[in-house]
Ligand binder design. Structure first.
Ligand SMILES: C[S@@+](CC[C@H](N)C(=O)[O-])C[C@H]1O[C@@H](n2cnc3c(N)ncnc32)[C@H](O)[C@@H]1O
Length: 271
């Protein structure tokens, strides 16, 4: 059984297209689209190719067979730092809330080119960092070497990677939108369970707002908006919210001015 029905429904909802509108575009009946999404039938190869073209994805992606990666793989292979050297405000909050007065183990999930991981290592944390795009950790290793610090960088997919041991801080910025809704419960539980008592989970992610258009460089089918407050809802009993914020801000990634809404959270494990 392929992932077709789930991937089709997610792609369609991400594009905010109704079953009827999609059926009309592809000259099909709405009932056919509905039956696909229920997993009752699958399309022929010819129709699958048309659906893939319609959404701008590969047929392997639609069927769930494509190795998951992101367009960042190529971007990180280029000279210079795609994300620049600016350090996210949340990283400074980590220093404020949990300075490395003793050896603290920090995990940076979806570390990109590793600029935050190196920042933490320079400040005295024991840092492990991974990203699905192999070229990110590769660049991170060079940054760490140039800064004269040690970071354990590796390539891994956060949807499949099993964490081992406990971290004092699990940090991830601008990454959780790559976790499809159906994987969130498991991924967030893993983060909570692999955090030492007294430790922090430090995350931000993009939130859907009806008055904000989807960003021009949004990776449809790979990125999924969170709902307002959804991130915080994973941290209830036994956790204290040290920071819990929602903000709307301007952005011009891809060279096109647009807006984002983001939820930011720092939660401390109390028990
Ligand atoms: C917007 S960038 C943010 C990078 C970095 N956290 C930063 O703030 O500079 C998103 C990163 O998430 C990574 N990513 C996306 N899906 C992932 C996954 N399933 N597992 C690990 N990393 C992933 C991408 O390769 C990319 O480097």
């Amino acid at each position: 059984m392929s992932d077709f029905s789930a991937r089709l429904a997610l792609l369609r909802k991400e594009r905010r297209i109704t079953q009827s509108a999609m059926a009309k575009e592809l000259a099909l009946s709405r009932q056919t689209v509905s039956n696909w999404e229920k997993g009752e039938i699958e399309p022929s190869v010819g129709v699958l190719t048309r659906i893939a073209a319609f959404f701008g994805v590969s047929t392997d992606y639609l069927l769930g067979y494509e190795t998951y990666t992101t367009h960042y793989e190529g971007k990180y292979q280029q000279e210079g730092l795609y994300w620049g050297r600016k350090i996210n405000r949340l990283a400074h909050e980590v220093l404020r809330l949990m300075p490395p007065e003793r050896p603290l183990r920090l995990l940076d999930v979806g570390c990109g080119e590793g600029q935050a991981a190196v920042f933490f290592a320079r400040n005295g944390y024991h840092v492990t960092a991974f990203d699905i795009a192999a070229s990110g950790p590769e660049k991170g290793r060079r940054l760490a070497q140039a800064a004269g610090v040690q970071v354990d960088f590796f390539q891994a997919d956060l949807l499949r990677h099993e964490l081992a041991g406990a971290y004092d801080i699990i940090y991830s910025t601008d990454v959780l939108e790559y976790v499809p809704p159906r994987n969130r419960e498991r991924v967030m539980r893993q983060f909570r369970e692999h955090t030492a008592v007294g430790g922090l989970n430090v995350f931000d992610t993009f939130v859907e707002k009806s008055f904000i258009e989807t960003a021009p460089d949004w990776e449809v089918g790979k990125e999924f908006y969170w709902q307002s407050g959804e991130l915080f809802s994973h941290y209830r009993e036994d956790w204290k919210l040290e920071l819990c914020e929602e903000s709307v801000f301007d952005c011009d990634s891809a060279g096109i001015p647009h807006e984002h809404c983001m939820d930011m959270m720092i939660a401390r494990r109390m028990v």
